[in-house]
Write a protein that binds this ligand. Sequence first.
Ligand code: MG
Length: 278
Amino acid sequence: MVEIKTPEQIAKMREAGLVVAAIHAATAQAAVPGATTRDLDQVARKVLAEHGAKPNFLGYGGFPATICTSVNDVVVHGIPDDETVLKDGDIISVDAGAIVEGWHGDAAYTAFVGSGHSPELVELSRVTEESMWAGIAAMRGGNRLVDVSRAIESYIRRQPKPGGGKYGIIEDYGGHGIGTAMHMDPHLLNYVSRGRGKGPRLVPGFCLAIEPMVSLGTPKTEVMPDEWTVVTLDRTWSSHWEHSIALTEEGPLVLTAVDGGRAKLAELGVTAAPDPLS
Ligand code: MG
């Protein structure tokens, strides 16, 4: 069952989405060499408190922190701690969420710590982010869920990888419905899987978190003994980008982007829905 939202409910989700955007801005500024991942977690907690919003990651299945901080070969679900000190040349994916009046927002970005990153890493993050936007642009009435998966996958497959070889589209994790809970039906694969069907039709009120995860090598992952930290099986580095999006009568609204996705979607020939809060 897919939860379909009213315009009023989408406005509440937009409030939650803007809190997530504020966490992104604050943590990105704090992701500098010498900072610990715990420092970023504390920044996120502060932003949530300032907005009177609640964390959705903290306590989720026993998760012990406010955000996920996934450094280098960690794909997702890295736990902030005092031991992980960010170094010049690292990449970090920060996944953050917020609840406002029972409505959830969820989004992630990859940042470069310090400077001097190889063109391969710069391109990895760019391809991952752009594949997310390709998926967002496919969120239109008449399409089905598989069209979003296809848009993400085909974008990644079209990109030449510096140094040769193929990108790994992480297989075991994907996007999801979002609304009164963080993870809801349907599950969104970041690739087309034969035999899995086309998935539900995208209609106004359909809300989705689109989150491609891409590695420089394998699509396979393993979970570390802490039962959270997901790393690539071959320990190649990976990127993760995510936005929460509502499909409205007037097109997609990127709930967790400050401008609602307007600028980026315009580049892709898609008109973003007007912001219900402005
Ligand atoms: Mg998510």
